[in-house]
Design a protein around this ligand. Structure first.
Ligand SMILES: *[C@@H]1O[C@H](CO)[C@@H](O)[C@H](O)[C@H]1NC(C)=O
Ligand SMILES: *[C@@H]1O[C@H](CO)[C@@H](O)[C@H](O)[C@H]1NC(C)=O
Length: 287
């Protein structure tokens, strides 16, 4: 009886890291950021469904040679038209872009099954489709805002952060990176915006980061057509700490996913543990 307790201990030791996935660095690629699906659904095996499938196939194929593209699939009737685009982060190589979009499309298929429209942001790419056109339309709606806990009174780090964010505003272009000391920032527009619209969108995202994520160790501001994010050296400690005191982050999807991974890991370890206990009970000679 007393024998099993060390193994139970090791079971829980394994569960802890699995159920608190670390915050991803700004340059990772495939991890989940957010997903959104429309309420309206389409009928299975409808013409609209086959149009979505050909749209998503086109996006995946295009991502092997371009970091942005848009498609409009015309149906035989006007209500079957579907619009879609993808945007890879500016630093991704073409193979990485294709991998990211492929992954994103397959996750969309599961997460937004039979939804008329869906949008999924991974760290490295964004994919969206809908039956209402959104191509070429600037949209500064806040889709995801996430602020880390307050950095406290480290005014030095905060002034470096403000400098990095300020530089992101003036850098120009659809993809912008900057850093100062341990502070890193990145901004990305979706490729259907003009340079002027992109500038406007990034300025808005950064203004909101500054006002909403005041003294936060890290911040993410995803608007419908662009995003801006930053991390400081303290982000690392924040992501490693189990309790996020001031981190009222709103990324429930990430948490749910972490919990599911934790549960799966727990089940797997339980099976290994029970197998082991059975072996021990059966003794060296077997039955
Ligand atoms: C999109 O599809 C839904 C469900 O079929 C429909 O109610 C809506 O009117 C469509 N929107 C457009 C712009 O066609
Ligand atoms: C969509 O793609 C077409 C063809 O590649 C391109 O000419 C057009 O400018 C794109 N539209 C937008 C809004 O990006």
């Amino acid at each position: 009886m007393g024998r099993s307790s060390p193994f139970l201990m090791s079971l829980f030791a394994f569960l802890v890291p699995f159920s608190s996935l670390p915050i991803q660095s700004l340059s990772s690629t495939d991890s989940f950021v957010f997903v959104g699906c429309t309420q309206q659904r389409y009928a299975p095996n409808s013409p609209y469904e086959s149009n979505i499938n050909s749209l998503l196939t086109s996006l995946v194929n295009s991502a092997t040679y371009s970091s942005y593209n848009n498609y409009t699939i015309m149906g035989s009737s006007p209500q079957d038209v579907v619009y879609g685009l993808y945007q890879c982060r500016g630093d991704l190589s073409m193979p990485d872009c294709a991998t990211c979009v492929t992954r994103s499309v397959s996750q969309l298929g599961m997460l937004c099954s039979q939804a008329c429209g869906g949008a999924l942001q991974l760290q490295g790419c964004y994919v969206k489709y809908d039956n209402a056109t959104f191509l070429g339309v600037e949209d500064k709606t806040v889709v995801l805002k996430k602020c880390g806990p307050s950095i406290g009174y480290d005014t030095d780090a905060m002034s470096r952060r403000d400098a990095v964010l300020g530089a992101l505003v003036t850098t120009g272009g659809p993809y912008r990176v900057g850093g100062s000391g341990d502070v890193q920032g990145v901004a990305q527009c979706v490729g259907d915006l003009s340079l002027v619209e992109c500038q406007d969108c990034v300025s808005e995202a950064i203004g909101r980061l500054k006002s909403d994520c005041g003294g936060a160790v890290e911040g993410d501001m995803f608007l419908a057509k662009c995003y801006a994010r930053y991390q400081t050296g303290a982000s690392h400690m924040y992501s490693n700490s189990k309790n996020h005191p001031a981190g009222k982050s709103s990324n429930d999807g990430e948490k749910t996913f972490a919990i599911i991974v934790g549960l799966l890991a727990g089940v797997a370890l339980l099976i290994i543990f029970l197998t082991f206990v059975r072996k021990v009970l059966e003794g060296p000679g077997g039955k």
